[in-house]
Ligand binder design. Structure first.
Ligand code: SF4
Length: 211
């Protein structure tokens, strides 16, 4: 995950994660604390005036058509959320959907996935994120000050052109620091700190067998 690292916040997240792991907290508890710390830091550093330019809203999902990298603790938390909130039938339906996406994005780079227009498996029918309370740090990091620019960027990407999307870089840097602080802490605590695309990572945790 590229970005500017805010050192003191990286250290805050790193300490929080190492303390939580030593205390035997669950992935959901660890991630909940990180999300709270990140929200708090963003609220402290980003003025109401700056925040008012952010146009990301429920139902606006232009950006939910790209690969989303997640760390193991994030994938564990998402799987736990789904298993505790969906029926067994809904889990099986979701697994079939994730399996379909996994097969169809295999080997695709970012641009090829956009061209194929394969949305995230957790995008709902009304353009909402169905795992919003536990959505990954990468998704939380992205903001846009112009929803039309996001739409244009997706179209221009298909034509192999770059488009400018105005976003809040400080908001992104806070989340980048949280992601890196989490990964660094996981590494030092002996937890697999590689990132995986969300589709495969969550599918694995829901159980491989597709019925
Ligand atoms: S997890 Fe949610 S916010 Fe992130 S890409 Fe998927 S639907 Fe969009």
């Amino acid at each position: 995950m590229a970005g500017i690292k805010i050192y003191d916040f990286h250290e805050t997240v790193y300490s929080s994660v190492t303390d939580s792991v030593k205390a035997g907290e669950s992935p959901a508890e660890i991630m909940d604390r990180i999300h709270q710390l990140t929200q708090q830091r963003a609220a402290e550093d980003i003025s109401d005036e700056e925040a008012s330019h952010i146009k990301c809203r429920r139902g606006c999902s232009h950006c939910c058509r790209v690969h989303v990298p997640v760390l193991c603790l994030e994938a564990d938390t998402i799987a736990e959320y789904l298993l505790s909130s969906l029926s067994a039938d809904d889990i099986e339906e979701l697994k079939r959907k994730l399996h379909y996406i996994k097969v169809h994005i295999a080997g695709y780079d970012e641009q090829e996935r956009i061209i194929a227009n394969i949305p995230c498996g957790f995008l709902g029918s009304e353009g909402e994120c169905t795992i919003h309370p536990v959505r990954p740090l990468v998704c939380r990091s992205v903001t846009s000050a112009d929803a039309d620019a996001c739409r244009r960027a997706m179209t221009m990407s298909i034509c192999e052109e770059n488009a400018f999307i105005p976003m809040n870089i400080l908001h992104k840097s806070i989340h980048d620091s949280a992601f890196i602080g989490l990964a660094d802490a996981m590494k030092d605590m002996g937890i697999d700190c590689r990132s995986f695309e969300i589709t495969e990572a969550v599918l694995q945790r829901l159980g491989k067998r597709i019925v």
